[in-house]
Design a binder for this molecule. Structure first.
Ligand code: PLP
Length: 406
């Protein structure tokens, strides 16, 4: 639901600037995707060449080597979210994991054809939920959020009853960074016997995430948001929940029968290494990100008086800030600073500009929503990057406002 521009030819020409980390532009869109950590790449390269066996071919050593690499990765992923190793089901990413959770739950019990999702869920959740109720003949109910983008638990409670198979409330929002009160939602779900799906794609690796503490029945997340490769993600659920879910892709019974097909050993090994690093460096990365976001905010706020923080002031993931510049269209601001890569809350579908459903759900008008920039920092971001970005943003906002005033 966003537009993030690709590399300009100037940027491509200067790749790579920082060894192992990417390109000569100032990339501040880490919520969209992260570069592969060089340590992850190293682990993947050796898997690609050496671990070619089919991980299900347990009759010989070549297959066993691939299988045990996958089990090692599973342990790292499980440790990152405080689950049992056997709870981790590898998928191709968060979208697939979310779809498996939603379709798997809504098709499991004809007496529970309905779904409840928060108004700020990712498009992957909305699409799967729409398909889910089309197949079940049930109803999709949307729980509202407050002005800071946090789900309204009292309103959500009114929607959840024994006809609801699953409630989806994301842990942290990709556009505002807002963290939802998942534990409270979990209590509501327990009373109605509905499963709670927590899309933790933007919180895993940025916050300490513990499945049991959250009270989530199903947790989903993605490797490429945490310095791992694209093409790997996970659904985490205990054995009981795994047995409830209807597999829509059973294949040869891999991943406990929930996600068939020969696993991508190298991608999973990379995901495992990314999880290991994220767990080991969690606090340092969070502190680094929070310091950089504060630095950016201080500099931009000093120069732009009527700046608005969109989303909660506290209770955000540390690397994310969404800023509104009244009177300055965000697409125009981005276009006037081509070497700063951030993101708007908008999307372009079939050349028709759209604004973010998240920002609209928070009560922003269409115009207000089109004045918002999402900035998300990452491990390789430096103070110099932030100083350069702050200066460019301020200059671009002034330029766009000047043009609008003419
Ligand atoms: N959920 C959230 C909150 C996301 O930010 C994203 C990716 O942008 C997804 C789900 C989908 O993840 P994937 O790209 O792994 O399918």
């Amino acid at each position: 639901m966003r537009v993030s521009r690709g590399l300009t030819s100037r940027a491509r020409a200067s790749v790579p600037e920082r060894e192992g980390w990417g390109c000569g532009v100032t990339y501040l869109d880490f919520n969209a995707s992260t570069p592969i950590d060089p340590r992850v790449l190293e682990a993947m390269m050796s898997s690609l060449s050496a671990l070619f066996g089919n991980p299900s071919s347990v009759q010989h050593l070549t297959g066993q080597a691939a299988g045990s690499a996958i089990e090692g990765a599973r342990e790292h992923v499980a440790a990152l979210v405080g689950s049992a190793t056997s709870d981790v089901i590898f998928t191709s990413g968060a979208s697939e994991a979310i779809t498996l959770a939603i379709l798997g739950a809504v098709l499991a019990d004809p007496s529970r054809p309905n779904l409840v999702v928060s108004a700020v869920e990712h498009k992957a959740t909305f699409s799967a939920a729409e398909l889910g109720v089309r197949l079940s003949g049930g109803e999709l109910k949307v729980a509202p959020v407050d002005r800071s983008g946090i789900v309204d638990v009292d309103e959500l409670k009114k929607l959840v009853d024994s006809s609801v198979a699953l409630v989806a409330v994301m842990h942290a929002n990709n556009e505002t960074g807002a963290i939802n009160p998942v534990q409270e939602v979990s209590e509501i779900c327990k009373q109605s016997g509905s499963l709670l799906l927590v899309d933790a794609t933007q919180s895993v690796g940025k916050l300490a995430v513990d499945m049991t503490d959250l009270g989530a029945d199903i947790l989903t997340f993605s490797s490429h948001k945490m310095y791992g490769p694209k093409g790997a993600g996970a659904l985490v659920a205990d054995r009981y929940v795994q047995r409830v879910l209807v597999p829509f892709f059973p294949g040869g019974g891999q991943e406990r029968g929930l996600r068939g097909g020969t696993q991508d050993t190298a991608a999973i090994v990379g995901f495992g290494e990314a999880a290991r690093i994220s767990r080991a460096e969690l606090q340092a990365c969070a502190d680094h990100a929070a310091g950089l976001v504060d630095r950016l905010l201080m500099q931009v706020r000093e120069a732009v008086e009527d700046l608005e923080i969109v989303g909660p002031r506290t209770g955000r993931i540390p690397n994310t800030i969404n800023l509104r510049f009244p009177g300055a269209d965000a697409e125009a601001v981005m276009a006037s600073m081509p070497d700063i890569e951030v993101s708007t809350g908008s999307a372009c579908q079939a050349a028709v500009p759209m604004v973010s459903h998240v920002l609209l759900a928070m009560g922003l008008t269409w115009t207000e929503a089109s004045e918002c920039l999402r900035i998300s920092v990452g491990r390789p971001t430096t103070e110099a990057d932030i100083d350069h970005a702050a200066e460019s943003i301020v200059r671009s906002v002034e330029r766009v406002r000047g043009m609008t005033a003419e």
